[in-house]
Design a protein around this ligand. Structure first.
Ligand code: FMN
Length: 203
């Protein structure tokens, strides 16, 4: 029905990434329901190749921030290209990541390339990045539906997350979703979304 799809479109247009959050906890049950919603996503051969680590402990958030800022400093000082730097200008971001300790909840999303069976052999997953990307989209929308905002944050490389969170071999952290209530004082970057005819062709 066009009316129903238009209502969702109008609602979805309000979604923005926030890098500042209110100092208000998010109920555990809300996070659990949103993760279960993410897990309804389709996945290659239904292997459900995802794992979600939920972090509300201030000490663990600080550890993640410290390690993330280290890799970000190296990225901004040595690895970033001029083109990438120019693309980031409108977002007003730098190597400092205060939202990692300020957001009441971090969800670190791991993609699982394989799991070890009871017999000790590797059991492979398929289309892992695609499947976890779809599940992450479901999660972002579920959180928004629950009145939360989020930031998709991708430290590069993300290897420290597997060590800090004690995840097994076969898993790689894909991103950190920083979740909370929106700080109304955050100056949202002014962005323009592409028009329908820039992003779609009809045959
Ligand atoms: C895969 C992915 C990686 C991203 N990585 C970062 C990041 O590392 N740091 C950050 O501040 N924002 C990051 N973002 C957020 C984007 O900058 C943001 O979605 C984009 O500027 C559009 O803004 P909007 O979400 O408010 O529409 C990422 C988004 C995606 C989808």
């Amino acid at each position: 029905m066009p009316e129903k799809s238009k209502r969702l479109l109008e609602e979805s247009r309000k979604r923005r990434s926030y890098r500042q959050f209110l100092d208000e906890p998010i109920k555990r049950k809300v996070i659990e329901n949103c993760i279960l919603t993410a897990a309804t996503a389709p996945s290659g051969a239904d292997k459900q190749p995802w794992h979600f680590c939920v972090i509300t402990d201030p000490e663990m958030k600080q550890k993640i921030r410290t390690e993330a800022e280290q890799v970000e400093k190296a990225f901004y000082e040595k690895k970033i290209s001029e083109e990438w730097q120019a693309d980031l200008e409108k977002l007003n971001v730098n190597y400092q990541k205060p939202f990692l300790t300020e957001a009441p909840c971090l969800i670190v999303i791991f993609k699982k390339f394989y799991q070890i069976t009871d017999a000790g052999t590797k059991n492979k997953n398929y289309y892992v990045t695609e499947s976890v990307g779809i599940a992450t989209g479901f999660l972002i929308n579920a959180l928004r539906n629950a009145g939360c905002v989020s930031l998709t944050y991708t430290p590069a490389p993300p290897t420290f997350l597997r060590t800090l969170l004690d995840r097994p071999a076969g898993e790689t952290a894909m991103m950190i979703l920083c979740v909370g209530r929106p700080d109304p004082n955050y100056a949202l970057p002014v962005l323009k979304k592409k028009s329908l005819y820039e992003i779609a062709s009809f045959f």
